[in-house]
Design a protein. Structure first.
Length: 232
């Protein structure tokens, strides 16, 4: 008989893995409900997401999976995000939005046009190369220091590419003419039409063919004996 796969944590990643692996799987979740950091708490007539989670997709298969799980009961929303920097409020992403402010345009435009545009081995050098010193020092470096609370130059190159997207001078020329550059996968996002982001985790859990044990915190992992002990 094939040994079971034990998944620790019933967040979206754990639940999706359990869905793919099927019945020979056991999910252990330390909390009292599924969802991990993508949970929704209800108080009276109001629902509160634990964190700011939305859905956007680079992979068509994943989008079709989520659509099926939610029974297509979601809404599509154009992204409307704003950033306040040096007292100026502009659209996100900042490497485009700063063009809306005369103050920020004077501060950052020459630097981003003169930037080498090449990636480096470290976060700091890559930010300087892509956006120029002004925008790197005022936004990309301090923002990511606050976000990650960890030395940025320890970040690997694949992760850097996610948080320091390439930006071409041709896009700045389009913005200067009042035109909009092509947007990426996160220009729009999806969100369940009822129940908050936690609806997605609950729907995946409802469609699992395996068991999910709640309030089952893993305490000991013995990989030599293929054994997991919970706290009780």
């Amino acid at each position: 008989m094939k040994k079971p796969v034990v998944i620790i944590g019933a967040g979206l990643a754990g639940l999706a893995a359990a869905y793919e692996l099927g019945d020979n799987t056991l999910v252990l979740e330390s909390g009292g409900e599924v969802g991990g950091v993508a949970r929704t708490s209800r108080h009276g007539d109001f629902s509160y997401d634990l964190g700011p989670h939305v859905l956007y997709f680079r992979n068509r298969r994943i989008q079709e999976f989520v659509s099926q799980i939610l029974n297509n009961q979601w809404v599509k929303q154009q992204r409307r995000a704003r950033i306040m920097l040096s007292g100026e409020t502009v659209d996100y992403p900042i490497q485009e939005g700063f063009m809306q402010s005369t103050v920020l345009k004077e501060r950052y435009l020459s630097g981003i046009l003169e930037a080498a545009g090449q990636r480096s081995k470290t976060f700091t050098e890559t930010a300087l190369n892509l956006y120029g010193r002004g925008l790197a020092d005022d936004f990309f470096i301090p923002y990511n220091k606050k976000l990650w609370q960890h030395p940025l130059d320890d970040m690997d190159e694949e992760k850097m590419a996610e948080y320091l997207p390439a930006f071409h001078a041709d896009d700045l020329k389009l913005l200067a003419k009042g035109e909009t550059p092509a947007r990426g996968a996160n220009a729009c996002f999806f969100y369940p039409d009822k129940g908050g982001i936690g609806t997605l985790a609950k729907k995946i859990a409802d469609n699992l063919s395996c068991e999910v044990k709640l309030s089952a915190e893993a305490a000991i992992l013995n990989t030599g004996e293929n054994r997991v002990e919970t706290i009780d």
